[in-house]
Ligand binder design. Structure first.
Ligand SMILES: Nc1nc2c(c(=O)[nH]1)N[C@H]1C(S)=C(S)[C@@H](COP(=O)(O)OP(=O)(O)OC[C@H]3O[C@@H](n4cnc5c(=O)[nH]c(N)nc54)[C@H](O)[C@@H]3O)O[C@H]1N2
Ligand SMILES: Nc1nc2c(c(=O)[nH]1)N[C@H]1C(S)=C(S)[C@@H](COP(=O)(O)OP(=O)(O)OC[C@H]3O[C@@H](n4cnc5c(=O)[nH]c(N)nc54)[C@H](O)[C@@H]3O)O[C@H]1N2
Ligand code: SF4
Ligand SMILES: [Mo]
Length: 665
């Protein structure tokens, strides 16, 4: 008989939903929202519901595979694990452990997914990735300004008079925050959306502000200039609780509002309006991750933080410079789980430039890449370079649920479980602060095994089995240890399914910051001249690179798809997906393009072909192609993106991208 059990969404998403999952005869038959989850309240998105399709798909990988003479052959787990362990052992002896690259991303928010790091640390330390394609520039930026990246609790939006949604596609990527916005609007809050694309959230805004991509730091500078001109700043906060305000004033004196307007393509009047909105407190700012995937991305987030600070919206109910909430992840015992101190030797490559760095690595060269929770062939910038690297490395091991573009290139593909087939705890450091419990609900199909089982088996073969000699229950208890004295235990989580983590709901309310000066830092004291705010623009813009802009006149955004988490669902859609090239009306007009036209989009890094769709309300000269598309459906838009790092070195520049476009037959 069918049974309904509570579970949790594992996907890398703002919302971290609670599920009610129907199980019939050891099979998941339906995924719905859990009405009792305090934040997500019974509603989930299509990506969550599609986890049922993912789990039951006939395309699931069911057995370990080895590539022999260019084709995959099914092998036993023993053979796969013995051969991979022997290779790891041989590499360690001959070249040292750093000849192995561990390439990973965030495909699954399970706490025990982090034990891959423990494995590589206990092995001796490998070449690991630093930085983040996703949110890296902004996290680092907020660490410079506040000392940490913390956000207000979800309920606090109810206290805001004005809400600024800045480069966040809420209706598509963060549905429960969208619900909160609708509620706040009903209660009289005013909503402002700043985005080059007139997205679904813009439709509910009281005012939509369109902007040239990558120019948001300058816009914040213009609004601060107006706040200061009108005498609307929070003088007490600036004097008592901040450091470096004189540097900021000096910088702003060097540029006029008209110059800012010319670069941002936002009118001076709008900047004056926004100055008044920020002064009409409390005004909250909710930043997305899209707006920091630029060369100047760190500076952009820092300038928006500065705007919230100058206007006195930091540390007050209904305010905040809300980006991510690292307090959530910081609640668990990651040091004990991952044993970073056990690595005796390690090297770091930038996640953005991993492919390029493998190609140029010496001493030692990379002999093996192990991919976990990631699909670099579609998700990492500069696909041509990624493909070159991943096809040329001596041994590529991919742990996967499906035969992705990355898995296709592997020497060994190891089949792994989905979230419904293993017990774990799930959280997201992006929006709310509840940890969810996900039980094992069904038996895994074929020979699929949890990632953790694979690490345990390999550790045993490599002589450090005792470091993995724990049961699932013991691992989960280990993760929760720092929370036990706050009353959060595995037993309680198993019983309640979700629990609130003990986080600060209104960060910085006491005006004590985690920076070196203990104050909010307009100038990051520890960073010397690098710690100054600047008027930087994107690398690929007519201001920074006029020649490039002449050759490639259009700005390409590559935002997150509606119905897939990145690359995870395209192969499961009922109708075959196509590359949709969404263009601004002015481009259609000047090139004589119509809906459905087949076009080529290109730059020096590569090209992508797709079908035109015209967006009536998008910033002029702007194009969007959603990310994540597999080779067989037209290919990843990362053929066009650059692997450069953001200003502070830790973020990507995925949206800092100029292209040209033409109609083809
Ligand atoms: N449906 C769906 N939801 C998802 C995901 C998914 O793949 N699909 N992925 C999840 C993950 S991992 C993440 S990181 C989050 C990301 O969540 P978001 O930050 O909401 O999404 P992005 O697609 O990164 O970009 C968001 C918005 O940034 C805008 N933008 C781009 N450049 C600029 C700019 O220069 N200035 C301004 N003002 N706006 C700009 C885009 O037009 C877009 O509206 O979403 C999560 N939720
Ligand atoms: N052009 C462009 N590129 C982008 C972005 C963009 O906006 N534009 N967004 C960036 C962002 S924000 C992010 S977060 C990254 C995401 O990049 P990735 O995390 O690499 O992308 P996904 O497609 O979510 O997942 C990768 C693979 O992990 C597998 N997987 C799922 N669960 C598990 C598991 O439990 N174990 C193992 N071993 N594998 C599993 C899935 O089957 C999937 O094939 O992409 C980045 N790339
Ligand atoms: S993908 Fe996000 S919104 Fe959708 S069910 Fe999962 S956590 Fe919820
Ligand atoms: Mo992300």
């Amino acid at each position: 008989m069918a049974q309904v059990r509570k579970a949790a969404c594992p996907l890398n998403c703002w919302d971290s939903c609670g599920f009610n999952v129907t199980i019939d005869q050891d099979r998941v038959t339906k995924v719905e929202g859990d009405p009792e989850h305090p934040i997500t309240q019974g509603k989930i998105c299509g990506r969550g519901r599609m986890l049922e399709t993912r789990a039951n798909s006939s395309q699931r990988l069911l057995h370990p595979l080895k590539k022999v003479n260019g084709t995959f052959e099914q092998i036993s787990w023993d053979q796969a694990l013995d051969e991979i362990a022997a290779k790891l052992y041989g590499i360690k002896e001959k070249y040292g452990t750093t000849a192995v690259l561990h390439s990973h991303d965030y495909a699954n928010n399970g706490i025990l997914k982090n034990l891959d790091q423990r494995f590589f640390n206990c092995y001796g330390g490998v070449t690991e990735l630093y930085g983040s394609l996703c949110w890296g520039a902004g996290i680092e930026a907020q660490k410079w300004d506040f000392g940490n990246a913390w956000s207000h609790g979800p309920a606090d939006i109810g206290n805001s008079k004005n809400i600024i949604i800045w480069g966040r596609n809420v209706a598509r990527t963060n549905m429960h925050f969208y619900e909160k916005l609708l509620e706040a609007k009903k209660q009289g809050a005013k909503i402002f959306v700043i985005d080059p694309l007139f997205n679904a959230t813009a439709k509910i805004a009281d005012e939509y502000i369109t902007i040239k991509p990558g120019m948001d730091g300058l816009l914040a500078a213009g609004i601060i200039k107006e706040i200061l001109r009108l005498g609307l700043e929070d003088q007490e906060f600036i004097e008592r609780s901040t450091h470096g305000f004189a540097d900021l004033s000096r910088l702003l004196n060097g540029i006029s509002l008209e110059e800012i307007s010319e670069r941002t393509e936002v009118s001076c009047e709008v900047m004056t309006t926004l100055a008044n909105v920020y002064a009409d407190k409390p005004t909250s700012t909710y930043m997305g991750l899209g707006l920091q995937r630029y060369k100047n991305g760190g500076n952009t987030i820092r300038f928006i933080d500065a705007l919230a600070a100058v206007s006195g919206n930091i540390g007050i109910a209904g305010g905040g410079a809300n980006y991510a909430n690292l307090q959530v992840g910081q609640s668990f015992a990651f040091e004990e789980l991952t044993l970073a101190h056990c690595r005796t030797n390690y090297r770091q490559f930038s996640i953005m430039k991993q492919a390029e760095e493998v190609l140029t690595a010496t001493d030692p060269e990379i002999k093996m890449i192990v991919v976990t929770c990631g699909n670099p062939l579609t998700q990492v910038p500069d696909t041509n370079m990624v493909e070159k690297t991943f096809s040329s490395v001596e041994t590529l091991v991919v742990i996967e649920q499906f035969m992705t573009d990355t898995a296709m290139l592997a020497d060994y593909v190891l089949p792994t479980t989905t979230a419904f087939e293993e017990e774990d705890l799930y959280y997201s450091s992006m929006y709310h602060h509840y940890v969810n419990y996900g039980p094992k609900l069904v038996t895994a199909p074929g020979e699929a095994q949890p990632d953790l089982w694979i690490w345990t088996q390999l550790a045993g073969r490599l002589g450090f089995g005792e470091d993995f000699d724990f049961s699932r229950e013991e691992w989960l208890k280990m993760a929760l240890k720092p929370l036990n004295d706050k009353g959060i235990t595995l037993e309680k989580l198993r019983a309640h399914h979700t629990m609130e983590l003990p986080v600060v709901k209104i960060p910085w309310h006491d005006h004590t910051f985690q920076t070196p000066t203990g104050k909010y830092e307009f100038t990051a004291q520890q960073k010397g001249d690098n710690g100054l705010l600047t008027l930087a623009v994107p690398d690929e813009s007519k201001w920074a690179n006029p020649k490039l802009a002449e050759k490639y006149p259009y700005h390409l955004l590559t935002i997150h798809p509606l119905r897939s988490n990145h690359s995870q669902n395209y192969h499961l859609f009922a109708s075959k997906p196509k590359v949709k090239v969404e263009i601004a009306a002015n481009i259609a007009e000047s090139l004589g393009l119509e809906k459905g036209d087949f076009v080529k989009v290109w730059n020096d890094r590569g090209e992508i072909k797709g079908f035109i769709s015209i967006l009536a309300k998008v910033h002029p000269d702007t194009i969007n192609i959603d990310e994540g598309i597999w080779k067989e459906f037209g290919g990843s838009v990362n053929h066009l993106t650059s692997n450069r790092e953001s200003d502070n070195g830790l973020g990507s520049t995925l949206y800092d991208c100029l292209v040209n476009l033409e109609k083809i037959k």
